[in-house]
Design a protein around this ligand. Structure first.
Ligand code: GUN
Ligand code: FE
Length: 417
């Protein structure tokens, strides 16, 4: 693969507490990796984006691809009613592969216009449609994971599997996904209320036997947690119920984690499980505000996630903004000792923090994958009198005004328009 360098105004985070910036910097890329970051012009072909803000690709740790069809609607319900009335019927439509191809095509096209380069996505229970999602995301240039969802209880007739069928279809999905390389399979039990003990146990076995990562939901909403307690009276709590099926590993992503007990936090820390913090969704569905400052103090692995369509934006810049705002409200209303998150901290979570689930991703350091996003500040942003950090702050708070000009994923340019 060719070697080239991108020139622009660079900003990235190597640690959560501070930004690194370089005006007129050069990122040299070779074989999809960053080989150097320097203010000296390298001897390589130059992609000259002088004056543009250049950030690392962002990682969306939790997104429901089929829910993009109703993103921005049905925001007046809490989780369980929202699932039953709106989400399950919308997902049932993906039994039709023709519909899935069209809907997933629009999803990928819209995602190309955002700074996201990596994602861990839920499909639906439908094996064929979920393979179509993998195909479409891979062809669009994305890297990451896609899961066929498992649901064998407490679900409508139009969106439920028989337990044995669900297990067999998961195995078949994993086998058939070997046709794709940049998008890999991930075991995806929807959440405990939708999956029987026998199914969860078998999914834990498949994941460990085949070394496949896992994604699910944990402690999002109070009614959900009460329901799980009644379904699993033998478990100490929600997290340990997952743990008893070997589903908490250092290759697991648990979305939300809003209402974690100290025991649950300690358990996720011990297992090395990732938390997908989804503040936009948590605000929309009145779920609550996750104690992210506490997670960070405890050294848990945390990334950011849109959780579309609980989340109403595909842009992780918007999620960063909501993560800061939500942390301020938690500090003001719930916990005096929880200092609000700063801009560099949320940027780190969306880039290098969440990116670590995918490898060396989300920073401008030699050896990292060349996931590079060039933002287009041309209209409405006065760039000459602002520092690079100030421009990034405007990008986060005015994300809706800020198109992505160009995007590279592991060194390959995507078509963004
Ligand atoms: N819990 C179980 N399924 C879902 C879902 O689709 N979205 C969210 N936000 N939470 C869930
Ligand atoms: Fe979700």
């Amino acid at each position: 693969m060719e070697s080239f360098a991108i020139k622009g105004d660079l900003i990235w985070t190597e640690k959560p507490d501070s930004f690194m910036t370089m005006h007129d910097g050069y990122i040299t890329v070779s074989d999809g990796r960053i080989t150097s970051v320097s203010s000296e012009r390298p001897s390589a072909d130059i992609v000259d984006r002088s004056g543009c803000l250049v950030i690392p690709g962002l990682s969306d740790l939790h997104i429901h691809a089929p829910q993009y069809v109703f993103m921005g609607m049905h925001m007046d319900e809490e989780l369980l009613e929202w699932l039953e009335k709106h989400t399950f019927p919308a997902e049932a439509a993906f039994s039709d592969t023709g519909f899935a191809r069209e809907a997933y095509g629009s999803f990928a096209e819209a995602l190309l216009k955002t700074p996201t380069t990596r994602l861990s996505a839920f499909g639906t229970i439908h094996e064929d449609s979920t393979l179509i999602l993998m195909d479409i995301l891979g062809k669009a240039g994305f890297h990451g994971y896609v899961g066929k969802v498992n649901m064998d209880r407490n679900s409508p007739d139009s969106l439920v599997e028989d337990t044995d069928e669900s297990i067999a279809s998961t195995r078949s999905f994993i086998e058939r996904s070997s046709a794709y390389s940049s998008i890999r399979p991930i075991i995806t039990p929807r959440f405990i209320p939708s999956c029987s003990d026998r199914l969860l146990k078998e999914l834990g076995r498949i994941a460990s036997g085949l070394s496949i990562p896992i994604q699910s939901h944990l402690d999002e909403n109070r009614s959900e947690i009460e329901w799980v307690a009644s379904l699993c009276p033998w478990a100490r709590d929600y997290a340990s119920a997952y743990d008893s099926f070997s589903l908490l590993t250092d290759r697991t992503i648990m979305a939300h984690c809003v209402w974690m007990t100290d025991d649950e936090i300690d358990l996720l820390k011990a297992r090395g499980t990732y938390i997908a913090h989804s503040p936009t969704s948590n605000l929309n569905l009145s779920s609550g505000i996750a104690p992210v400052r506490h997670f960070l103090d405890k050294g848990l692995s945390v990334g950011l996630a849109t959780d579309v369509a609980g989340g109403s934006s595909l842009s992780l810049l918007t999620v960063m903004q909501d993560a800061v705002k939500a942390s301020k409200m938690r500090w003001r209303l719930q916990d005096d000792s929880a200092k609000p998150l700063g801009l560099s901290e949320v940027f780190y979570l969306a880039s290098k923090g969440g990116g670590s689930f995918f490898g060396s991703v989300g920073s401008f350091e030699p050896g990292f994958d060349a996931d590079i996003v060039i933002l287009d500040e041309a209209e409405g942003f006065r760039t000459s009198c602002h520092s690079i950090e100030e421009r990034l702050e405007m990008a986060v708070y005015r994300s809706s005004e800020l198109p992505v000009k160009e995007k590279y994923i592991r060194g390959i340019r995507c078509t963004c328009s």
